[in-house]
Design a binder for this molecule. Structure first.
Ligand code: PLP
Length: 477
C-alpha cells in the first residue's frame, strides 16, 4: 500500500472499526485506572522510523487501536482530577467526529458556510449562557491561552489607539511600556499571552494583599491613580487554579473604568460560575469587562481543542487579526470570516461540537452539571474537614479543593516532603488522579472536578485513596 487513492474502498470499514474500538474504550473508562503500568511501554511501541513503503491502513489501525488505547491516559474518564480537565459529552464527541469527516475550513463564509454559520450561532449561544451582552464580538480558539491572546491583543489595540497609534499597523515604536495590573491569581497562560502580544511577561504587576495572592484593592486603586488617566490593562481572574477563588471582578471593573483601564477577565473555567445557581455570585460584574475568555475543553466538556474569546468592541478584534489578500473574501457582519477574529487562518470547525452539546443539553443541562460538580467539591471539602488526618487549606467556592495530608503527630517540617511523595504515589497508583501544587508556601493537593462523568463514588476516592497510600508512606518513614 502506498498511494492513499488505493485505500478509498477501505474507508467505510476503517470508520466502523474505529467506532467499535472507541465504544469499547469509553465503556471501560468508568472503571479502569486512570493510569496503568502499560502506558509508557505502549506509547514507546509506537515509536518507529518513517516507513518507506506504507504498511496499509488496516495494519495501522490495528496498531493504533491496541497500542494507542493502552498508551492513552484515561483523562476523559471520571477520576482524572489533575489540572482542570473536562471530558467529551456524548453529543460533543459525536459532532466532533462528524466535523472531522466533513473536514470544513472554518476560515470564512466562502470556505464553509456551515462552520461559519454554526460559529456565529454558537458564539451567540455562549454569550447568552454566560450572560454577556449580545452585541459583543466572539470567536472560538484552540483554548484559553489563545483566547487570552485574543483578549489581550484587542486590549493592546485599544491601548495604542488611546495613544493615537495603530500598533497592529505600525508596531510599538515610540510608545511607553503598557501598564498591566493584576492580582497574584494571574495564570501562566495570560503571562504567555502577554509575551505573544509583545506586551511582555514582565509587564504584569501583581498587586497582592497576602500570601494567597488576593488583590490588594487599595494598591490597585493607587497604581491606577498614579497613571493619571493614561490607559492601562487590567487582568481579572475568575477562578484561580489552586483553590478556585475569584478576584473581586465587579469592583475591579468599576475602579478600572473610572481610570481609563481595559479589563480583561480570564475565566477559563471560572466563567462557568455564571451558569450555576450555587456559585454565580462569584462572577458578578463580568459583563462590565472589555474582554472575557473561557475554555471549551474544560467545563463545557467538548473535545480538545476549544476555547472562547469575547470582546466588547468587535472592531478591535478584526483590527488586530484581519487577514487580507487579493484572493481572500472580505467578511461582513452578516457573513463574518472568523479567521479575521483570531490568530488562525485555516481552522477546524470547532463550532460543531460546541453547538452540538449546547443543542443537546441546553442551559438547564449545563446548570445541573456545573452545580453537581460544585456540590461534589463541597462534599470532598467536608470529608477533608471532618478527617483528623487531612487539612483543608482554603475554602472550596467552586470545583477545586485545596488540602494536604497531615497525619496526627507527624513532624511539621516533614509534611511538604510527605505530601510531595504522596502526590507521586497517587499518580502512579492511578485509581484516582490529581497532583500537587504550592499553596501559601506548603505542598498541597488541588483536585478539580470538571468531567460530566464524575459522580460521588469517584470523588470519594480522593480522600480514601490518599489516606490508604499516605498511611503506608507515613508508616515507612
Ligand atoms: C487552563 C487555564 C488556562 C489555559 O487554558 P488552555 O486551554 O490550556 O490554553 C488559562 N487560564 C486559566 C485560569 C486556566 O485554568
Amino acid at each position: 500500500m502506498s498511494d492513499p487513492l488505493g485505500d478509498r474502498a477501505r474507508l467505510g470499514p476503517l470508520l466502523r472499526q474505529v467506532a467499535e474500538a472507541a465504544e469499547r474504550y469509553l465503556a471501560a473508562i468508568d472503571s479502569e485506572p486512570v493510569h496503568s503500568g502499560r502506558v509508557e511501554g505502549a506509547a514507546a511501541a509506537l515509536q518507529e522510523p518513517l516507513p518507506e513503503v506504507g504498511l496499509g491502513s488496516a495494519a495501522m489501525l490495528e496498531k493504533l487501536i491496541t497500542d494507542g488505547a493502552d498508551a492513552a491516559t484515561r483523562s476523559a474518564g471520571p477520576r482524572f482530577f489533575h489540572f482542570v480537565t473536562g471530558g467529551s459529552t456524548p453529543a460533543a464527541l459525536a459532532a466532533d467526529w462528524f466535523a472531522s469527516a466533513l473536514d470544513q475550513n472554518a476560515f470564512s463564509w466562502v470556505s464553509s458556510p456551515l462552520g461559519s454559520r454554526l460559529e456565529k450561532v454558537t458564539v451567540g449561544w455562549l454569550k447568552d449562557l454566560f450572560e454577556l451582552p449580545p452585541d459583543w464580538g466572539g470567536v472560538l480558539t484552540t483554548g484559553a491561552t489563545t483566547a487570552n491572546f485574543v483578549g489581550l491583543a484587542s486590549a493592546r489595540r485599544w491601548w495604542g489607539l488611546e495613544h493615537g497609534m495603530d500598533i497592529d499597523s505600525d508596531g510599538f515604536a515610540g510608545l511607553p511600556p503598557i501598564p498591566v495590573l493584576t492580582s497574584g491569581y494571574l495564570h501562566g497562560s495570560a503571562v504567555k499571552a502577554l509575551a505573544m502580544a509583545g506586551i511582555g511577561r514582565a509587564s504584569a504587576r501583581r498587586l497582592v494583599a497576602d500570601s494567597v495572592g488576593r488583590l490588594d484593592m487599595d494598591a490597585f486603586r493607587s497604581a491606577l491613580d498614579e497613571l493619571k488617566g493614561a490607559p492601562a490593562i487590567v487582568i481579572a481572574n475568575a477562578g484561580e487554579v489552586n483553590a478556585g477563588d475569584f478576584d473581586p471582578i465587579e469592583e475591579m471593573v468599576e475602579v478600572a473604568h473610572r481610570r481609563n483601564a481595559w479589563v480583561h477577565v480570564d475565566g477559563a473555567f471560572g466563567l462557568f460560575a455564571r451558569v450555576s445557581t450555587l456559585a454565580r455570585h462569584l462572577a458578578v460584574g463580568v459583563e462590565g469587562a472589555d474582554s472575557v475568555i473561557a475554555d471549551g475543553h474544560k467545563w463545557l466538556n467538548v473535545p480538545y481543542d476549544c476555547g472562547f474569546a469575547f470582546v466588547r468592541d468587535p472592531a478591535l478584534m478584526t483590527g488586530a487579526f484581519s487577514i487580507t489578500g487579493p484572493y481572500l473574501p472580505l467578511g461582513t457582519d452578516e457573513r463574518p470570516s472568523f479567521g479575521d477574529f483570531g490568530p488562525e487562518a485555516s481552522r477546524r470547525a470547532r463550532a460543531l461540537a460546541v453547538w452540538a452539546t449546547l443543542h443537546a443539553y441546553g442551559r438547564e443541562g449545563y446548570r445541573e452539571m456545573v452545580d453537581r460538580h460544585i456540590s461534589l467539591a463541597r462534599r470532598v471539602a467536608m470529608q477533608v474537614t471532618a478527617a483528623p488526618d487531612f487539612e483543608l487549606l482554603a475554602p472550596a467556592p467552586l470545583n477545586v479543593v485545596c488540602f494536604r495530608y497531615r497525619p496526627p503527630g507527624y513532624p511539621e517540617d516533614g509534611l511538604d516532603d510527605l505530601n510531595r511523595r504522596l502526590g507521586a504515589v497517587i499518580l502512579e497508583d492511578g485509581r484516582v488522579f490529581f497532583g500537587t501544587t504550592f499553596y501559601q508556601d506548603v505542598v498541597a493537593f488541588r483536585p478539580a472536578i470538571a468531567n460530566w462523568r464524575s459522580t460521588e463514588s469517584d470523588v470519594d476516592l480522593i480522600v480514601s485513596v490518599a489516606r490508604e497510600l499516605g498511611e503506608s508512606l507515613a508508616a515507612s518513614r
